[in-house]
Design a protein around this ligand. Structure first.
Ligand code: CTP
Ligand code: ZN
Length: 153
């Protein structure tokens, strides 16, 4: 896209999460715990054309620099996402998400008998495998459609 076709404005300071698979932007925001109630200035582009992905989503958060740990859990739904840290309108850092060893408090266990789903004050924790995630409490494995198991708490 050329400059005058830019669909979502550039931001001054903050984080741009780019190359999100088309349709996953709202799940990215849910994982990051951003729902607008915190007053963050957020722009979302959905299903915009991309050379690499065909269609992609883009999320831009003004005024917040997201850390590697914060964004690594995005690797579950957006393994090819690029994290751009923006300062004074320029890209200061460009990071790829990497797979974390475990993910806590983001996904909810599909097992109704799991201690993490019974109303106890136990935070969900999943170990990240090469082809899915495994509940640290009951060993239930989630292999696909992580988005369906995101618990927005
Ligand atoms: N961006 C932005 N505000 C800025 C600078 C960049 O919103 N002040 C966005 C761009 O629109 C783009 C992303 O940040 O979506 C990365 O910018 P840049 O590295 O300039 O673009 P590309 O070279 O296309 O990135 P890549 O090589 O990662 O595809
Ligand atoms: Zn479990």
């Amino acid at each position: 896209m050329t400059e005058h076709e830019l669909r979502v404005s550039k931001i001054q300071d903050g984080t741009v999460i780019d190359h999100i698979p088309g349709g996953q932007a709202l799940n990215v925001l849910a994982i990051l715990g951003i729902d607008g109630s915190g007053g963050e200035e957020v722009s979302v582009g959905m299903n915009v054309p991309s050379n690499r992905l065909g269609r992609k989503d883009v999320v831009k958060v003004e005024g917040r620099e997201l850390s590697g740990e914060e964004v690594d859990v995005l690797s579950l739904i957006a393994p090819r996402a690029t994290i751009n840290i923006i300062r004074e309108f320029s890209v200061e850092e460009k990071l790829r998400v990497s797979r974390p060893e475990r993910v806590s408090g983001i996904l909810s266990c599909p097992n109704a008998n799991c201690i993490t789903t019974k109303g106890e004050p136990v935070e969900s924790t999943f170990e990240v495998l090469s082809d899915g995630v495994r509940c640290a409490y009951c060993d239930t494995i989630i292999r696909e459609d992580f988005a369906a198991h995101i618990s927005v708490s």
